[in-house]
Design a protein around this ligand. Structure first.
Ligand code: NAD
Ligand code: TDX
Length: 352
């Protein structure tokens, strides 16, 4: 029996995790606390919304009184904390909201756990979900390990780094049982079309330009989102208190090469001639402070807890593209509202 508070469960990774936990563990109560910002969508959770072990609370993690109420009402013994502002480009335009949600929101949850749990810390866990971006950028070779020093460059990664430090400080100072994992770039269904892969699939379908930052030379390490959810499940059950685990797929792609794979896959599934949409590639002004390369060494997670990615990249990309093509209504729904304004402000005439 567990009472697990998942924050940000209506977002991309959170909704994959909630669906996994609710169906795999009928004896666990899963409480999803989510503010439903532009990135949160209850449509992502229709599959579990009527399950008796699933509970939804709409609210802000920064609302400390609400957080304590939720801890008490549901007798929360585990927190898996994903709620965050998560898009680097938005953090460049509005860093303050990243500090608020990612730093103060995390602190509000830590304080809630500390106050409600008191000295009764048996079988308690505060599991914080973080990113490889806290480590900064790599050159052409090498990997981030759990011992790499923090060196964030964007307001997003600075806010995530700060939240990681707060989480660790609660372990060192108050013995709060914590675990942190730092994952590489995720891809898969239900990702908001502001991030590279869903944005480009959407634009290819609509014959719109594909805004590639700089020369498209930057490198990211891509992991299928279901594999991240599986890793969280493993770490939550078998991870050691106080430890950090890196999660990644040993799957590095230069942006421009990845974009060509996406184009090829979408063209094939839409019945267009191979490579027809390559003419949509448009090189635009680089992202400010753009980290050159991320690559995760996840051997600790493999050697100590036995986790490995389950899917080859080509298979994952094909599944992902198919999902977006078959779920145009989902894409249209999440991109109604303020999305057009965001797109115009972000890409202006460059991407349109
Ligand atoms: P997302 O933007 O898709 O979802 C974030 C969720 O948090 C949304 O449901 C949103 O409504 C909710 N939220 C935002 N502010 C809130 C607040 N103040 N109170 C309550 N809920 C709030 O994000 P994602 O891509 O699913 O990322 C989830 C977590 O994983 C984040 O902490 C992110 O830093 C981390 N992460 C993401 C990736 C990635 O590739 N997407 C990789 C590594 C780590
Ligand atoms: O329009 C674009 N053009 C482009 O060239 C966009 C949106 C992105 N890019 C580039 C920037 C990056 O090098 O593609 C790469 C991937 O960009 P994003 O999808 O925005 O991801 P990234 O900035 O790498 O961060 C992601 O991975 C780590 C998530 O958004 C973070 O939440 C996570 O922590």
């Amino acid at each position: 029996m567990k009472n697990i508070l998942v924050t940000g469960g209506a977002g991309f990774i959170g909704s994959h995790l909630v669906r996994l936990l609710v169906s795999k563990y009928p004896n666990y109560q899963i409480i999803n606390l989510d503010l439903l910002t532009y990135a949160g969508n209850l449509e992502n959770l229709v599959e579990v919304q009527n399950k008796s072990n699933y509970h939804f609370v709409k609210g802000d993690i920064c609302d400390h009184e609400l957080v304590k109420e939720v801890f008490q009402k549901y007798q929360v013994d585990t927190v898996i904390h994903l709620a965050a502002e998560s898009h680097v480009d938005r953090s460049i335009k509005d860093p303050f909201s990243f500090a608020k949600t990612n730093v103060l929101g995390t602190l509000s949850l830590l304080q809630g756990a500390k106050q409600v749990w008191g000295n009764n810390l048996n079988n308690k866990l505060f599991y914080h979900i973080s990113t490889d971006e806290v480590y900064g950028t790599l050159g052409k070779s090498g990997f981030f390990t759990e011992n790499t020093s923090y060196d964030p460059h964007s307001p997003y990664s600075a806010s995530k780094a700060s939240s990681d430090h707060f989480v660790r400080s609660f372990y060192d100072t108050y013995n709060l049982p914590i675990i942190i994992s730092n994952c590489s770039n995720n891809y898969g269904s239900h990702q908001f079309p502001e991030k590279l892969i869903p944005l480009f699939i959407k634009n290819i379908c609509n014959n719109k330009p594909l805004p590639v930052y700089g020369k498209g030379e930057n490198v990211r390490d891509w992991l299928f989102v279901n594999d991240h959810a599986r890793a969280i499940d493993v770490i939550f059950h078998k991870g050691k208190i106080g430890e950090t685990y890196n999660i990644g797929g040993f799957n590095e792609w230069k942006n421009i090469d990845l974009i060509k794979v996406i184009i090829k896959t979408v063209d094939k599934l839409l019945g267009r001639p191979e490579g027809a949409s390559e003419e949509l590639i448009t090189f635009v002004t680089d992202r400010a402070g753009h980290d050159y390369r991320y690559a995760i060494d996840s051997s600790k997670l493999k050697n100590e807890l036995g986790w490995e990615p389950s899917l080859q990249f080509e298979e994952g990309i094909e599944k992902t593209v198919k999902w977006y093509l078959e779920n145009k209504d989902w894409v249209d729904n999440v991109t109604s509202g303020n999305y057009q304004k965001y797109y115009q402000e972000m890409y202006g005439s460059q991407g349109d």
